[in-house]
Design a protein around this ligand. Structure first.
Ligand code: SAH
Length: 205
């Protein structure tokens, strides 16, 4: 299928990631006008002025996260719910949070329609993480902060991995992978990316 071919040609080579992306219908997460462009490798607008990420970037982030079947995963930035749906096929449980109530409600409805029962979606400011469910084996942030938020670093289990874009909004950002060791954190820069900013507080909708 063309979609998978494009993903592979853009560096998404991990078998489990590709299988998950083959199973999750992206068009179910793109409502309205742009639904017929869901299979193109581009970001698309969703409600609340946000975007569903480009599939190849979703794939690269997912494979960099190296999710294991027993993992408890936190995603910050539910948006459409597409990324969370993919993670849910790879992990034991996925917690996903967004600052917009409306996006969380719509994503929940899509998860339910797809029978994805191991995702818990909540409205909250993800820069504080989800202390009551921590520690997490994996954390994925899909909005850009200037630096990794300290509460998220603290809520990562020793041996855990966090993938996130960092840098100033509207500038080029770097996708980084943070691995927590007994004695500290190891940082790797993966590539340049462009994400909407991580914003403090809850949204209006
Ligand atoms: N992962 C999404 C795309 C995310 S777009 C998908 O698969 O469709 C980034 C999202 O991060 C937006 O929905 C935005 O509302 C959310 N966001 C920004 N700042 C946030 C914060 N502090 N806490 C939680 N969500 C936040």
């Amino acid at each position: 299928m063309q979609f998978l071919f494009t993903l592979r040609s853009r560096g998404v080579t991990d078998r489990r990631t590709l299988e998950a992306m083959e199973r999750i219908d992206r068009s179910a997460f793109v409502r309205g006008l742009f639904a017929d462009r869901a299979w193109e490798d581009m970001p698309l607008p969703i409600a609340c002025g946000q975007t569903i990420s480009q599939p190849s970037v979703v794939g690269l982030m997912t494979q960099a996260l190296d999710v294991q079947p027993r993992d408890k995963v936190l995603e910050v930035g539910t948006g459409s719910g597409y990324q969370a749906a993919i993670l849910s096929l790879l992990a034991r449980r996925v917690y996903t949070v967004d600052r917009y109530r409306r996006l969380v409600a719509e994503a929940r409805a899509t998860f339910e329609a797809m029978g994805l029962v191991n995702i818990v979606a909540a409205t909250s400011d993800g820069s504080f993480g989800l202390p009551e469910q921590s520690p997490f084996d994996r954390i994925l942030v899909t909005a850009a902060a200037e630096d990794p938020p300290p509460p998220l670093l603290a809520q990562l289990r020793v041996g855990g991995i966090m993938v996130l874009p960092v840098g100033q909004s509207d500038h080029v950002q770097s996708l980084i992978r943070v691995t927590r060791h007994e004695t500290g954190y190891h940082y790797e820069e993966l590539r340049e990316v462009r994400f909407v900013p991580l914003v403090e507080g809850l949204g209006q909708d």
